[in-house]
Write a protein that binds this ligand. Structure first.
Ligand code: COA
Length: 283
C-alpha cells in the first residue's frame, strides 16, 4: 500500500498495483516476471483492493489489466495448483474462496463499472475475470488460449461456465477441445471483448471508454448494469416484475433525480433530444 500526498493510502501491495488517475482506478495484476499468473497471495490481495476501491471516492471506474507483457497467464501452476495440493482442506478452501471472490463474485456484482484491458497473454483462469468485467478492450496482438486441454486438466475453476455466458456453444467447445490460441480480433468476433485495437491505441481507447462511463449518472449506471446481469438468469415474467421494481427503486434512490430532469429537459424545456444530443447533467 502506497501513500499519496494527501496521506490517503492507495490500495494494493506486492501482487496488485493500483494507480488512481482522475476517477479511474488502474488495477494491475503485478507479477510480470510470472506473466501475472494468479497465485493465492494475489487473490487475497485483490479481494482487499476491490473491496477498498468500491467505497473509495477517487475511483469511479476500475480498469483491470496486467503489468508488463501479459494480462494474465492464468492460474499459477505452482503457487496455486501445486501449493494447494498438499495443504489442509481448510487452507485449500480458503484459497479457492479468495479466488472465487474476486474473479467472479465481486467483479460480477461490483458497485462500480469495470473494464478489462487485455494487454497481452490471456490464458485459462484469466478468462473468468475478463468475462466478469462489464466491458473489455483487447490489443490486436494479445494472445488468448484455453490451454488446459494441452496439459491434462479441464477449464475448471469457473472458466467453462464463464465462457458459456459469452461464446456460442460451437465456438466455446472448439477452443475447450483444441486449446488453440487466438488473437485480439478473434476475441472481438467471439464476443469475448468489445473491441480489439492496435497496441499503441489500447490505453487511449480504454481511457476514452472509462471517461464516457464517468460522465454518466453513477446511480443509474450501477442500477442498469445490475439489472442487466440479474435478468439474464430470470424468466420473462420475473424480469418484467423485477425491472419495473428496479426502475422505481432507481428513481427513488437517485440523488440527481435524473429521470425527472431528463423528462423535463425533453418535454418542458425542449433542450434534450435523446436521438440527437446528450442529457445535460447538473449533478
Ligand atoms: N503458472 C505459473 N508460472 C507461470 C505461469 C503459470 N500459469 N505462466 C508463466 N509462468 C512463469 C514461468 O514458469 C516462468 O517462470 P520462471 O522464470 O521461474 O521459469 C515465467 O512465468 C515466465 O514465463 P515464460 O514461459 O518463460 O515466458 P514467455 O513469455 O516465454 O511465455 C506464456 C509466456 C504465457 C506463453 C507461457 O509462460 C505459458 O504458456 N504459460 C502458461 C499459460 C497457461 O497455460 N495457463 C493456464 C493456467 S490455468
Amino acid at each position: 500500500m502506497t501513500v499519496t500526498a494527501n496521506e490517503k493510502p492507495v490500495p494494493g501491495g506486492n501482487f496488485v498495483k493500483v494507480e488512481l488517475d482522475d476517477g479511474i482506478a488502474w488495477v494491475k495484476l503485478n507479477r510480470p516476471e510470472k506473466r501475472n499468473a494468479m497465485s493465492v497471495g494475489l487473490a487475497e490481495e485483490m479481494v482487499k483492493v476491490l473491496d477498498d476501491l468500491e467505497i473509495d471516492d477517487r475511483c469511479g471506474v476500475v480498469i483491470l489489466t496486467g503489468e508488463g507483457e501479459a494480462f494474465s497467464a492464468g492460474m499459477d501452476l505452482k503457487d496455486f495448483f501445486r501449493a494447494t495440493d498438499n495443504v489442509s482442506d481448510i487452507e485449500r478452501m480458503r484459497a479457492y474462496r479468495s479466488t472465487r471472490a474476486w474473479q467472479w463474485r465481486m467483479l460480477m456484482h461490483y458497485a462500480k463499472p469495470t473494464i478489462a484491458m487485455v494487454n497481452g497473454w490471456c490464458f485459462g483462469g484469466a478468462f473468468t475475470p475478463l468475462i466478469c468485467c462489464d466491458l473489455a478492450i483487447a490489443s490486436d496482438d494479445a494472445v488468448f488460449g484455453l490451454s488446459e486441454i494441452n496439459w491434462g486438466v479441464i477449464p475448471g475453476g469457473v472458466v467453462s461456465k464463464a465462457i458459456s455466458t459469452l461464446m456460442n456453444d460451437r465456438k466455446a467447445m472448439y477452443y475447450v477441445m483444441t486449446g488453440e490460441k487466438f488473437g485480439g480480433k478473434m476475441a472481438e468476433q467471439l464476443g469475448l471483448v468489445n473491441e480489439s485495437v492496435p497496441a499503441d491505441r489500447l490505453r487511449e481507447r480504454t481511457t476514452e471508454l472509462a471517461r464516457i462511463l464517468l460522465a454518466k449518472n453513477p446511480t443509474v449506471l450501477r442500477q442498469a448494469r445490475m439489472a442487466y446481469k440479474y435478468v439474464r438468469e430470470m424468466t420473462w415474467e420475473e424480469s418484467a416484475e423485477y425491472l419495473t421494481a428496479k426502475a422505481d427503486q432507481t428513481t427513488f434512490i437517485d440523488p440527481e433525480k435524473g429521470r425527472e430532469k431528463g423528462l423535463s429537459q425533453f418535454l418542458d424545456d425542449k433542450t434534450f433530444r435523446p436521438g440527437h444530443g446528450t442529457y445535460i447533467r447538473e449533478g
